[in-house]
Structure formats: structure tokens, C-alpha cells
Write a protein of this length. Structure first.
Length: 164
């Protein structure tokens, strides 16, 4: 049994706590330890998460199994084109992968974004991340490749797109 609810600024600490083991599990096979640590600290500081939620930069959806946070997603308008929304984050604790939580969250994102009248949803995913197959099953296709500098590191991503 699971429930999904929208995050509030008070959820920043629990989001950070749950994201940490997910990030290490997901990215350590793909990136160096220093790279993972740098990106995690940049993207998951309490300050950054709180600001994103308070200022509606990203909408976070939290998925609870019983009363434990086990997965989350975030989405929001692209800065350069507010008619295109971006799925910024979709993560599940490794112990819960395969339970359908990622699918439940992404379907909730589809519903919420479509309700806003938005027709296009995009995401970035590391080109070597095994989740590329999941996104394809959910209807996304590779639009193009993108190499993004993040501090002293690079993210080598696919930009995937789905028309809603």
C-alpha cells in the first residue's frame, strides 16, 4: 500500500535523507565517487530543496510505503520554455525498485502536467543509466544528446521527450 502527496518545505530534510542512498546506488557505477558527492551536495542541500519547493521552481511528489518515504519525483517548467515541463527527478530506494512506484509517480506527473495544459514533458538521463529503458517503456524517446558542465564535472545525458 502506498500514498503520494505533494512535498512542503518541511519535507526537505527527509528528501535529502532518502535521496542519499539512492544517489550512491544509482550513480557510483557510472561516475567517480567525487563526482557523485559533488553533484549530490549541489542538488540536495536543505537550502536548495527548500527554495525549490517554497518558490515553486519544482513540484515534488513524495511516495510513502505505509508511513515511510521510499520514492519521489520532481517536475517544473523549463526556464527557457514554460510550455515544456521537465521531469527533474524520479528516484526510488533500491529496495523498492520493481514495485511499480516509479511508474505510479511518473503517471502522477503526467496527470498533473497535462492538467496544466502542457503538451510536452522532457527529462535528462545519463546515457549509461539503466533507467533509459524504463523511460522508453513509459513513452519517452531520445530527442538529442547533451553534455552539461557541473562544476569541474560533466554530465553526459540523453534528453528524452514525451508528448502528453
Amino acid at each position: 500500500m502506498f500514498t503520494i502527496r505533494k512535498a512542503t518545505p518541511n519535507d526537505a530534510a527527509i528528501l535529502q535523507q532518502v535521496a542519499k542512498p539512492i544517489w550512491w546506488h544509482t550513480y557510483l557505477p557510472l561516475l567517480t565517487e567525487d563526482h557523485v558527492a559533488y553533484m549530490f551536495n549541489e542538488r540536495y542541500s536543505i537550502k536548495e530543496l527548500t527554495e525549490q519547493i517554497e518558490q515553486s521552481i519544482q513540484t515534488y511528489l513524495l511516495l510513502f510505503e505505509d508511513s515511510e518515504l521510499v520514492a519521489f519525483a520532481s517536475y517544473g517548467p523549463r526556464e527557457d520554455d514554460p510550455q515544456v515541463y521537465k521531469l527533474h527527478k524520479l528516484y526510488c530506494l533500491p529496495s523498492t525498485q520493481g514495485k511499480g512506484y516509479g511508474k505510479a509517480l511518473i503517471n502522477e506527473v503526467f496527470k498533473n502536467v497535462a492538467a496544466l495544459g502542457i503538451k510536452t514533458l522532457e527529462l535528462n538521463v545519463n546515457r549509461y543509466n539503466k533507467s533509459c529503458g524504463f523511460y522508453e517503456k513509459m513513452g519517452f524517446t531520445v530527442a538529442y544528446e547533451e553534455d552539461i558542465p557541473i562544476g569541474p564535472y560533466w554530465m553526459n545525458d540523453y534528453v528524452m521527450r514525451k508528448e502528453l
